[in-house]
Design a protein around this ligand. Structure first.
Ligand code: ADP
Ligand code: MG
Length: 346
């Protein structure tokens, strides 16, 4: 995919030259960063706050397909999916480390693209890049991001705090990233069969962006703080609504009732799912990669959320014995099962 572009062999630079080249543009802006790149470890100071740490590993062929994911988007997304985990603890992300394994097929220009995406995400979300590791890889591209953030001890929201009667809320809309993936997969198949046909993604910007360029919901964490709402439990939606609500219910020892008609689904995602003969609700339940925040709040806080267009109340928490159920639009009751994508199932 880099055939038409300039190619500089990574061997020319060597490991240290590559690190130097990639990180020379890095600027540190966070006051909690005492020392960034350039020593054996970064040094951070959260002065009295708790530190939050989360890490993810992304492997070519397992988590992403370079045939339709531009490298800049990949770098951006790799950072976003990690920041999302810090926001899901009701914290603010302040630093990341970014580690890469590179096979010989990658020229410098490709790595620069990847890094440009990662740094764009850092700048946009006010996060310092404070380190990483760089290695050769025999099995394609490997990316590992660790995100670091902080919160006051009393502000941290775990998965296990949902109480009976709490309202179940979700930010944004669900299912679009999965529908976007179906679209990209279809265009890839068409392209592989006939390389003369250009991808037809006309009018599908939103769902393609939701797949390729997700945005972690820092704004929702800030909004909740402004509104004076501390969720009782929270998780980010990486594997689909079904899997995530089950995590909250299991960790909290509770059940839930969700209402299909309340699940927020973007109209374009809805129509495109239908074109693919997919049930839009199933896309929201089992699709994943939405990186929205799913959280529960005490009923007393409901009034504070009224009029917030970006937050939907989709159900409530029940006693454990009632199980986890979805009430369909026609009033049928379905048990919620986790069918989120499982890396070890195939
Ligand atoms: P070490 O031998 O201790 O692993 P390295 O030579 O790998 O050290 O790294 C030197 C410095 O460059 C460290 O501060 C490290 O965090 C940073 N670094 C290495 N690779 C990357 C990368 N891909 N992105 C950002 N910083 C990196
Ligand atoms: Mg190293």
């Amino acid at each position: 995919m880099f055939d038409n572009k300039e190619r500089t062999d990574l061997d020319h630079l060597g490991e240290f030259g590559l690190i130097e080249h990639l990180t020379k543009a890095v600027e540190l802006t966070e006051k909690s960063t005492v020392k960034g790149i350039g020593d054996d470890a970064a040094v951070l100071d959260f002065s009295g706050n708790k530190a939050l740490v989360s890490t993810d590993l992304l492997l070519e062929g397992i988590h992403f397909d370079l045939r339709y994911v531009p490298l800049k988007h990949l770098g951006y997304k790799a950072v976003q999916v990690n920041l999302s985990d810090i926001y899901a603890m009701n914290g603010m992300a302040t630093q990341i480390t970014f580690s890469i394994g590179l096979s010989s097929k990658f020229p410098l220009e490709a790595v620069e693209e990847l890094y440009a995406g990662a740094l764009l995400a850092c700048t946009k979300y006010q996060v310092d890049l404070v380190g990483g590791d760089t290695s050769a890889s025999k099995q394609g591209l490997v990316i590992s991001v660790t995100s670091i953030g902080y919160a006051k001890a009393e502000d941290i929201v775990y998965r296990n705090g949902a109480q009976e009667g709490d309202l179940v809320c979700v930010s944004g809309d669900l299912g679009a990233a999965y529908v976007g993936l179906q679209l990209l997969e279809r265009e890839k198949r068409i392209f592989l069969e006939n390389p003369d046909i250009q991808p037809d993604l006309e009018g599908k910007d939103y769902i393609v962006e939701r797949q390729l360029k997700p945005e972690a919901r820092r704004d929702i964490v800030q909004l909740l703080a402004t509104l004076g709402v501390k969720p009782t439990a929270m998780i980010d939606v990486s594997d689909g609504l079904a899997s995530e609500i089950l995590h909250i219910c299991n960790a909290s020892g509770r059940g839930c009732k969700l209402y299909e008609e309340k699940i927020p689904i973007d109209p374009m995602a809805y129509d495109t799912a239908r074109e693919f003969a997919l049930d839009p609700t199933v896309c929201a339940l089992n699709g994943g990669e939405d990186y929205e925040l799913l959280f529960t709040i005490n009923q007393a806080d409901y009034g504070k959320l009224v009029g917030q267009a970006d937050i939907s109340v989709i159900g409530h928490i029940t006693e454990k014995e009632a199980g986890c159920e979805l009430i369909s639009k026609s009033g049928n009751v379905h048990p919620i099962k986790a069918q989120g994508w499982n890396a070890f199932s195939s």
